[in-house]
Design a protein around this ligand. Structure first.
Ligand code: CA
Length: 397
């Protein structure tokens, strides 16, 4: 297959009074960088690149550098394109925006390959173990940067109760913005609200030094949380290993890591029990398979990080359907050995409106689309509504 047209789209959806906070930043808007590729036969594919960072540099990597190389390739098969473009940007790429741009291109190429063969991406990368994936809700963010127990704890209880009544049986809470003693009260509130049987996870977005992470990790353990995500900064691999050796709770991380090379080092340093590559960041569908293979040699669970638009979610669902039980048992248990999908519940019109058919929770699970490619259709009127750039498409000469 040969690519005839490369287009990029920066979408932004302001959140206004729904602005929320993690330990690292305010989220006053949701942003996505989408790539649409068109083959000489007229088949189109969609991809997404990056997560929290600004979309403009990723767009530039595609528009100003990678598009011309992609258009010149006689065979734009995903594996060939990945190795070629990564090799040509190695000296100045390796991590960050170039790999995010390559991720978007790779996802779009898999979408095209599936459509050209009439098969979902899951079938092309080995086939499905499951047609739906158990979801955990990501929520429990901060609505303010200042802690007011009388205001915030009842509001948090109401929020997580709503997730439970929406059908979730598994939920991830944010920690790390506040002092340990304050976050400990939020942790206890969520457990008291949802009861002992509800599966709870926590995410610090690398807010802590190792010793502080151990202190809050003990609060999570006392409340029966099942994993502790990004306790320390991603560069602090020794800190990760120290936290992991001192706590019993499973340690998760990897959304800020790139490619098989970065994950090789992250895995070998003993950082985590659960690996969380983001498919729109780590190198796309091609590379997440290689990362998952590395993880499998260590009996390590892989639960992709998902944050972006409906395209990111569709790519993650296709991949999650193909991940084996780790380790195998006769009866799978979600999270314990069966892969689960991160289902962000914060407000994001780009996730909820972009696709002509959205993703719904059914019995706590999300169905994996059966249609060819990523299995989803993008509503172009929604793209135009949220688009803030007006780049002319790069076309074949
Ligand atoms: Ca996270």
């Amino acid at each position: 297959m040969k690519i005839a047209r490369v287009e990029t789209f920066i979408l932004k959806a302001p959140l206004g009074s729904d602005t929320f906070f993690s330990s690292q930043a305010a989220f006053p808007e949701r942003t996505s960088l989408l790539v649409r590729l068109t083959t000489t036969d007229g088949i189109t594919g969609w991809g997404e690149g990056g997560q929290y960072g600004p979309a403009e540099p990723v767009k530039s990597c595609v528009d100003d550098v990678l598009a011309a190389q992609l258009l010149a390739m006689p065979d734009a098969s995903p594996g060939v394109v990945w190795e070629t473009l990564y090799s040509r940007t190695r000296d100045f790429g390796q991590k960050g925006t170039y790999v995010e741009a390559l991720s978007a291109i790779d996802i779009a190429l898999w979408d095209i390959l599936g459509k050209s063969l009439g098969a979902p991406v899951s079938a092309l990368i080995g086939g499905r173990f499951r047609d739906s994936v158990k979801a955990y809700g990501t929520g429990g963010y901060y609505s303010s940067t200042e802690f007011d127990a009388d205001r915030d704890l009842p509001a948090l209880a109401e929020t997580v109760s709503r997730y439970a009544s929406d059908g979730f049986g598994m939920l991830k809470l944010k920690v790390g913005l506040l002092a340990v003693a304050q976050d400990a009260r939020r942790i206890a509130t969520v457990r008291e609200t949802l009861g002992d049987d509800f599966a709870l996870l926590a995410d610090a977005n690398h807010a802590y030094s190792a010793s502080t992470a151990v202190a809050i990790g003990r609060e999570l353990e006392a409340n029966g949380f099942l994993f502790f995500e990004e306790p320390v900064p991603p560069e602090d691999r020794e800190g990760y290993a120290r936290v992991r050796s001192r706590l019993d709770i499973a340690i998760a991380g990897g959304e800020a890591e790139y490619t098989r090379y970065g994950f090789r080092d992250f895995i070998e340093a003993g950082c985590v029990d659960i690996l969380q590559p983001d498919i729109c960041v780590c190198g796309g569908i091609s590379e997440v398979q290689r990362i998952a293979t590395l993880a499998s040699t260590r009996n390590m669970r892989v639960i992709p990080h998902v944050w972006g638009s409906g395209i990111a979610l569709a790519a993650a669902l296709q991949v999650c359907s193909t991940l084996p039980l780790t380790p195998y048992t006769h009866v799978p248990v979600p999270l314990q050995n069966e892969p689960v999908i991160e289902f962000d519940r914060t407000r994001n019109p780009l996730r909820d409106e972009l696709l002509t058919e959205g993703f719904a929770l059914e019995d706590g699970r999300v169905r994996v689309p059966d249609s060819p490619g990523l299995g989803v259709n993008v509503d172009l009127s929604v793209v135009e509504h949220y688009r803030v750039d007006a780049g002319a498409p790069a076309s074949a000469m």
